[in-house]
Design a protein around this ligand. Structure first.
Ligand code: UD1
Length: 352
């Protein structure tokens, strides 16, 4: 069994960290391809180093561009790799442009595609990640779902074959890495346990509309009168803040570069709560026992909202929602499986 795994953006590199170890253990041969969608040290290399992932066998170095350019470039370069390697299975992760481009090329070459994190659905339907997810699910033969809701979402779209509920591989990684979480940033920023909020924002609907981004930053400034606000800024967001002339709104905020996984988890673990539009961070906050204000009209990780743990928010409601979130509620249990998703996934692959 030869599997070709694809990474490109930060959240995929994190998922690869769990799976590559599991594949090695089970004797599954893996070829690793990086698209180069994320190329900054802080967005890519640092995760390979800290999570001890081996160097990719191929790097397509596509970099940034419009959605069409990026998807097209990955497709052209990836097809060459596929024709050379001829794997038995192509494994794609998540919802990025890298995921979509590779799923399409593989499906057209009639090489089976397995989608890790299949079945997640969220509004607005026109957000790039949602388009990527839906199309990828519909051209995949094997669909590994992180939640029961994801299985149900696929069923509603008529996809019932090759669907497996595995739980979330990011939980496997979280449990494995927990003893290694780092507190360097927590210390160098001079933070106090429970005395600060961690915020990340990078979705296009939040960053690319000037009024929306301004409102988010104004709300953070308001909150910074009560707590320290730590804001690791994604490159897309940094670019927009400069373009829209909003930098002065950050004066009271602890702005830092995107943090590596171990330090980011360390920061969340000691925080009061989290404000985010990242899919991964909504769950990681929960695994750390922290609640999150999710700055989105909807979330693919709806279970945590329905359990009353996380809360959705429009930009102008953030301060108000922070009153609500700053209370104790009981932690819902094992919402995304038991931390053995990679084991279940490898078992399925071995039986193909
Ligand atoms: C991508 C994924 C998103 C995922 C996120 C995690 C898509 C459509 N979205 O969003 O699902 O949650 O990654 O971070 O694939 N940039 C840099 N350096 C980098 C990477 C990006 O400067 O290393 C800048 C570029 O200007 C680029 C912009 O950020 O144009 C956006 O990057 P892109 O990869 O398009 O999407 P993300 O917002 O990172």
């Amino acid at each position: 069994m030869k599997v070709l795994s694809l990474v490109g953006a930060r959240p995929q590199i994190i998922k690869e960290a769990v799976l590559h170890r599991r594949f090695k253990e089970k004797g599954i041969k893996e070829v690793l391809v990086h698209s180069g969608q994320h190329y900054d040290y802080n967005m890519s290399d640092v995760f390979f180093e800290i999570l001890q992932i081996r160097k990719p066998d191929y790097n397509l170095n596509v970099g940034s561009g419009t959605h069409g350019e990026m998807t097209g470039k990955i497709m052209i370069e990836f097809e060459k790799v596929l024709l050379k390697e001829r794997p038995d299975l192509v494994l794609v992760y998540g919802d990025t442009n890298t995921t979509l481009a590779r799923a399409l090329v593989s499906a057209k070459l009639k090489i089976p595609v397995a989608h890790v994190e299949a079945g997640i659905r969220q509004k607005p339907k026109d957000m790039p990640e949602e388009i990527n997810r839906v199309v990828t699910d519909h051209v995949s033969q094997i669909l590994f779902c992180p939640s029961e809701l994801a299985v149900e979402n696929l069923r509603k779209e008529g996809i019932t074959e090759g669907v497996y509920f595995t739980g979330d591989v990011m939980y496997d990684l979280f449990l494995k890495m927990k003893p290694l979480f780092r507190y360097d940033l927590f210390r160098t920023l001079g933070l106090k346990e429970n005395g600060y909020i961690v915020c990340t924002i990078h979705r296009d609907f939040n960053t690319d509309v000037p009024e929306r981004l301004r409102e988010i930053l104004e709300q953070l400034r308001r909150l910074s009168k009560r707590y320290e606000v730590v804001f690791p800024v994604h490159p897309r967001t940094a670019k927009r803040i400069r373009e829209f002339g909003l930098a002065e709104l950050l004066n009271e905020i602890l702005v830092i570069e995107p943090a590596d996984y171990l330090n980011m988890m360390g920061l969340i673990e000691k925080s009061r709560f989290v404000i985010t539009d990242s899919g991964g961070l909504q769950k990681e906050a929960y695994w750390c026992g922290k609640r999150a204000i999710v700055v989105m009209p909807d979330t693919g990780w709806r279970e945590l909202v329905e359990a009353g743990w996380n809360v959705l928010s429009e930009p102008d409601e953030i301060t108000e929602k922070s009153e609500y979130i700053d209370n104790h509620v009981s932690l819902p249990e094992n919402v995304y499986g038991e931390g053995n998703a990679s084991e279940k996934l490898a078992e399925v692959i071995l039986q193909l």
